[in-house]
Design a protein around this ligand. Structure first.
Ligand code: DUC
Ligand code: ZN
Ligand code: ZN
Ligand code: ZN
Length: 460
């Protein structure tokens, strides 16, 4: 069975061209001038964009955190992703201290296998650096998991010392893997947070005030120096603040293999949301925290200059009612995370509408670059003959209002409640199958396949 996507503007990092796209089975058979191809069925894309499916390289489905777990399962989370034009997620397998990387990977594979509505891969969170974990990193790479997240925050939980980070980076350098870093100085932050609680300052906004931008900048610089000494590629996750961006830009100017992502929440939300009364600020607790609005212009500039090369969501949903509640009276116990996997493509499209980024840059940061960064290109991230038919037909002029009433994520609030947006997903194909159309969802759990990834395709 072939499907012709007709008359749309096919968007790539270099811009848009009017072209028809022929899908045959699970892959793209041809991209041709309008009217030159025929198919058994057609999808009318006139007046719409035709995009490579979004790749969200940072999600947390069913993630254990602070005695609870994020509320989207691999099933509900990937269905929500599909609704929003994301056709691949890369989630994180989380090593618990005292356990092995390979058993961790097995555990996460078992959660995702048969549950995902779209294709998925994994990064590995390394929280126990020892000889056997370091050795297992190579087996992870061989199993298609070539990126390892470490934490400079959360002492006693995920935290690694500089020495441990150094050892993991030496191994990453050896095997060609990329170290992903949560760069916040957790030792200093925990002290500031303890001081706040001791002084009776326990509201959600304290989460932001005790994690200042300077301590993200400091940790980012330190991670960059450790990467420089070891020669390891480094990818800074969820970059939120101007000092961290400055450190990344300097390292990149020096030719170091340093990359960074930001997330929609840092572009659109701020510490003012964290300061909302009646504990509502808890909805916006994530780490790094939401910043003063003044950082947003820097982040948009970073997206234009490629010092920020990827936009991911860090989707990590906790319900307001029964989970965020855990931190009433002590902000340190609020589970860290904001839901967002469904709205990344739409929110970044607002940047196109506002003239912050180009159409090509939208597709590049949300699909093409994450594909290359995490070894999925050209199978994913591009509309070209031979690539998987992961395709989004996007209506750039449709209007929508975001709300927990209408979203598909399994969480009881929206961080973007009432946001009025221009642009909306029209049709989504996942490996050739129409999973979303204007009349609803047509996918199924288990359609999504595990993606064994190559190494970072940007390494020099
Ligand atoms: N970092 C993440 O990337 N996700 C959830 C919590 C955190 O600190
Ligand atoms: Zn993190
Ligand atoms: Zn995360
Ligand atoms: Zn709940």
């Amino acid at each position: 069975m072939t499907t012709l996507i007709q008359g749309g503007q096919v968007v790539s990092p270099s811009g848009a061209i009017t072209a028809d796209v022929l899908v045959d089975g699970e892959t793209i058979a041809a991209v041709g001038a309008p009217g030159t191809l025929t198919g058994d069925e057609t999808i009318d894309a006139t007046g719409r964009y035709v995009l490579p499916g979004g790749i969200d390289a940072h999600t947390h489905m069913e993630m254990p955190f602070g005695g609870t777990h994020s509320v989207d399962s691999f099933e509900t989370g990937t269905i929500a992703a599909a609704w929003g034009g994301t056709t691949t997620i890369i989630d994180f397998a989380v090593q618990a201290k005292g356990t092995s990387l390979l058993s961790t990977l097995d555990k996460w594979q078992a959660k995702a296998d048969g549950s995902c509505a779209i294709d998925y891969g994994f990064h590995m969170i390394v929280s126990d650096v020892n000889d056997s974990s370091l050795k297992e990193m190579r087996a992870c790479v061989d199993g298609g998991v070539g990126s390892f997240k470490m934490f400079m925050a959360y002492p006693g939980v995920f935290y690694s010392t500089d020495g441990e980070i150094l050892r993991a980076m030496q191994q990453a350098r050896e095997i060609g893997a990329t170290i992903m870093m949560h760069a916040e100085n957790g030792i200093a932050i925990d002290e500031l947070a303890a001081q706040a609680v001791a002084a009776g300052r326990t509201d959600p906004v304290q989460h932001g005030l005790t994690r200042p931008p300077e301590l993200e900048g400091e940790a980012t610089s330190r991670a960059i120096r450790l990467a420089q000494v070891t020669g390891s590629p480094l990818y800074i996750v969820h970059l939120s603040a101007a000092p961290a961006l400055a450190a990344v830009a300097e390292a990149r100017d020096n030719g170091q293999n340093v990359f960074a992502e930001t997330c929609p929440q840092y572009l659109y939300l701020s510490i003012e949301d964290l300061a909302k009364p009646d504990f509502e600020g808890a909805k916006f607790v994530a780490s790094p925290p939401l910043r003063e609005k003044s950082h947003q212009a820097d982040l948009w500039r970073g997206l234009r200059t490629n010092d920020l090369s990827v936009v991911s969501t860090d989707h990590c949903p906790f319900c307001f009612k029964d989970q965020k509640e855990l931190g009433r009276g002590d902000f340190r116990a609020i589970p860290n995370g904001i839901p967002g996997v469904e709205h990344r493509m739409d929110l970044l499209h607002q940047g196109v509408v506002a003239g912050e980024i180009s159409l090509g840059r939208w597709v590049e940061t949300c699909s093409a670059t994450p594909a290359r960064m995490f070894g999925l290109y050209p199978r994913k991230g591009v509309i070209a003959a031979g690539s998987d038919a992961d395709i989004v037909v996007y209506d750039p002029s449709a209007r929508q209002t975001l709300s927990a009433e209408t979203h598909h994520m399994n969480v009881d609030y929206s961080a973007y409640e009432g946001f009025s947006l221009t642009g909306k997903v029209h049709t989504v194909l996942s490996r050739g199958r129409v999973v979303v159309s204007p009349d609803g969802f047509h996918g199924s759990p288990g359609h999504g396949k595990f993606l064994s990834r190559e190494l970072n395709q940007y390494l020099n």
